[in-house]
Design a protein around this ligand. Structure first.
Ligand SMILES: CC(C)(COP(=O)(O)OP(=O)(O)OC[C@H]1O[C@@H](n2cnc3c(N)ncnc32)[C@H](O)[C@@H]1OP(=O)(O)O)[C@@H](O)C(=O)NCCC(=O)NCCS
Length: 205
């Protein structure tokens, strides 16, 4: 069995750990936010990322399981700069086209679908039941929440968050660091750093 270090023992971390186990990995957790916890479910939590780096030879791969897009990307860059290899994890019930491309550190959760010629950058979360249609381009550290749908040819900038159940029509561009609220329907381009909600989605705050 191969050994996987997961940095981040939160709720999201537990879901990532199960996907890893289903892919034949033996999981050990590390956590920077709660370094004193020693166990999550049946998984050991061993310490902070510094400890992971000190013991990197014990692991065949690593994964950052932190929900915050910015922190996840920072941690992944930090681990990779110390020689750790971030892997891609795909739940067995997800459908990922052999013509799609996924960047290192990306996790695809159960029942998600990624269609041909979609390109998903490093460190993304394609969450439970999300759909990414043909020719979508997602930059690094994007989170597409459960049940959200991106139609064909949608472009999503780095660090953006698409909320649970949101829909984005074909060809729309979403700028970097944008937030699309739960259940929103995005029918026009969204600028960098915007936060939009509603049907059709409009900017707030
Ligand atoms: C969009 C979002 C980030 C806004 O959070 P926020 O900045 O804290 O905003 P607030 O809760 O202060 O709400 C501001 C206003 O927008 C409205 N609003 C917030 N989210 C909304 C949504 N998804 N749809 C419609 N209206 C929404 C609020 O009712 C409020 O309206 P008001 O000013 O008339 O009272 C958040 O509500 C959201 O939808 N998050 C996504 C959660 C998610 O997908 N989780 C999945 C995790 S895997």
């Amino acid at each position: 069995m191969k050994d996987l270090a997961i940095l981040g023992a939160s709720g999201h971390g537990k879901v990532v750990a199960e996907v890893a186990e289903l892919n034949g990995w033996c999981v050990t957790f590390f956590d920077d936010a709660f370094p004193d916890i020693t166990q999550v479910a049946h998984w050991k939590v061993v310490g902070r990322s510094e400890r992971l780096i000190a013991n990197l030879h014990q692991f065949d791969g690593c994964m950052v399981a932190v929900g915050d897009n910015r922190i996840r990307l920072q941690k992944q860059s930090y681990l990779q700069s110390h020689g750790l290899e971030c892997i891609v994890l795909i739940h067995p019930t997800a459908t990922v086209s052999s013509y799609a491309r996924l960047g290192k550190g990306t996790v695809v959760m159960s029942s998600a679908v990624i269609n041909p010629f979609a390109r998903v950058g490093e460190c993304a979360i394609i969450n439970t039941g999300a759909t990414i249609d043909h020719d979508c381009i997602l930059a690094e550290s994007v989170h597409v929440s459960p049940g959200a749908s991106l139609a064909g040819g949608v472009s999503v900038g780095a660090l953006s968050w698409i909320g649970i159940g949101a829909s984005v029509i074909q060809g729309v561009t979403i700028g970097p660091r944008a937030i699309v609220g739960a259940g929103a329907v995005v029918v026009t381009d969204i600028g960098a750093d915007s936060k939009v909600v509603g049907v059709p989605a409009k900017e707030i705050g």
